[in-house]
Design a protein around this ligand. Structure first.
Ligand code: ASP
Ligand code: MG
Length: 426
């Protein structure tokens, strides 16, 4: 018997029929002797529907100006799906109870629409579990110090589930979703992509932050910090599938790094089309320029990713970095109007048609020459590398957007990640 958290995404909760299936699946786990806490998302499309209503009434107002009301609004989606799940469980003959964030309470700060969880009181959940109940806790929401309802940002139910799992010290947090695990890369780009049975938190963090959209990144950070084993698995298997088979399916995201995981040099190829590159040209090379350029960008609340500064020639250098594509124009304007004149730089140029491709793997720590293998493979394909950045378990390159798929496929092959096709050969 173990204490288990299940999280069900919007698609899994998408209709009464699907909610009934969730209830049956949860009941199966409970009947097998597990103590169950379930964290559902809103029914699919519901959060979008609600936020669109607000937009209709206040088309010109930025969300920030009425964040409190947006959160009160959006949180109803999870309140409804949680109550429906409790009703479905009761209809299956289970003792079940649902709680909204404020009822638990899940305490957050007051950053509306992107609040952060500060603490979770587990007393009520524990008492119900001890009384044999299935406990349902709304995803995505909490309550701030003034008692206002808050939400955790889009996709935030993942983080709710992990935070609840951490608070009650669950044995595992299972994230049921519409994919059957974490893949070596996006199967839509590389059909030979393989599902990973295990991946480390660090690798998952790199992959999640680079556009593998399976989990909200904050949930992975949380899981790593509190050492909550996470499993991503499909909610589309029949609800009555054998429990042991279900419990070992999908991808386990673990903080225990096995030897086998380290042997794979590269675990996955991530890519991201959401960035744009900016270069400030002819910057006088003297102390403080990086700070002057990036400090003003940071002051405008713009996040910077890859950064390079060239060697200087005749006292001048070029300084390049990437930002999110949504911030591209804003950054260009800022640099042109303020930074370039202040620095006495000659110009600023930008390119939004770039992408970042990364190889990720904890095996990179103990293998040498991994990056050069990557560069060779790209050069064999005639792909020009514009920028490079590395960390202990990742090497990223910025390349022309039009070569993205080619690069991902080539690297997937180079690092032996393709699905074995001729198993008969041996
Ligand atoms: N319902 C919220 C959203 O759509 C939270 C979630 O599903 O995780 O973003
Ligand atoms: Mg999600």
């Amino acid at each position: 018997m173990a204490l288990i958290v299940h999280k069900y995404g919007g698609t899994s909760m998408g209709s009464t029929e699907r909610i009934r299936n969730v209830a049956r699946r949860v009941a199966k786990w409970h009947r097998a002797g597990h103590q169950m806490v379930v964290v559902p998302s809103a029914m699919s499309g519901e959060t979008n529907r609600l936020l669109a209503l607000a937009k209709e009434l206040a088309p010109d107002k930025p969300g920030k100006s009425h964040g409190r009301e947006l959160d009160a609004l959006a949180a109803t989606g999870e309140q409804a799906s949680s109550a429906l799940l409790a009703i479905a469980l009761q209809a299956e003959g289970m003792d079940a109870v649902s709680y909204s964030g404020w009822q638990v309470p899940i305490k957050t700060n007051d950053a509306y629409t992107k609040a952060r969880i500060e603490s979770i009181d587990d007393a009520r959940i524990r008492a119900d579990l001890d009384a044999g109940k299935v406990v349902i806790v709304t995803g995505f929401q909490g309550v701030d110090p003034q008692g206002n309802i808050t939400t955790l940002g889009r996709g935030g139910s993942d983080t709710s589930a992990v935070a609840v799992a951490a608070a009650i010290k669950a044995a595992e947090c299972l994230i049921y979703t519409d994919v059957d695990g974490v893949y070596t890369t996006d199967p839509r780009v590389v059909p030979e992509a393989r599902r990973l049975e295990r991946v480390s938190f660090e690798e998952m963090l790199e992959m999640a932050s680079m556009g593998s959209k399976v989990l909200q990144i904050r949930s992975v950070e949380f899981a790593g910090k509190y050492k909550v084993p996470l499993r991503v698995l499909s909610s589309f298997t029949p609800w009555d599938i054998d429990l042991n088979e279900e419990a070992s399916s999908g991808t386990l995201i673990t903080f225990e790094e096995s030897e086998e995981m380290e042997q794979a040099v590269v675990s996955g190829i991530a890519f991201n089309r959401d960035e744009a590159k900016i270069s400030v040209l002819g910057v006088p090379d003297k102390p403080g320029i990086a700070f002057q350029i990036l400090g003003s960008v940071a002051d405008a609340n713009i996040e910077v990713d890859v950064i390079i500064q060239n060697l200087s020639k005749e006292g001048k250098t070029d300084f390049s970095f990437t930002v999110h594509r949504n911030d591209f124009q804003k950054t260009m304007d800022l640099l042109k109007s303020k930074v370039v004149p202040a620095l006495g730089a000659s110009d600023v140029v930008g390119d939004a048609k770039i992408c970042k491709v990364s190889i990720v793997g904890i095996g990179m720590r103990s293998h040498v020459g991994v990056a050069s293998r990557m560069f060779k493979s790209l050069s064999d394909e005639g792909i020009n590398i514009q920028m490079i950045s590395t960390s202990e378990i990742k090497t990223s390159v910025v390349i022309d957007e039009k070569y993205m798929e080619l690069a991902v496929r080539a690297l997937h092959r180079e690092f032996d990640l393709d699905q074995p096709t001729d198993t008969l050969a041996a």
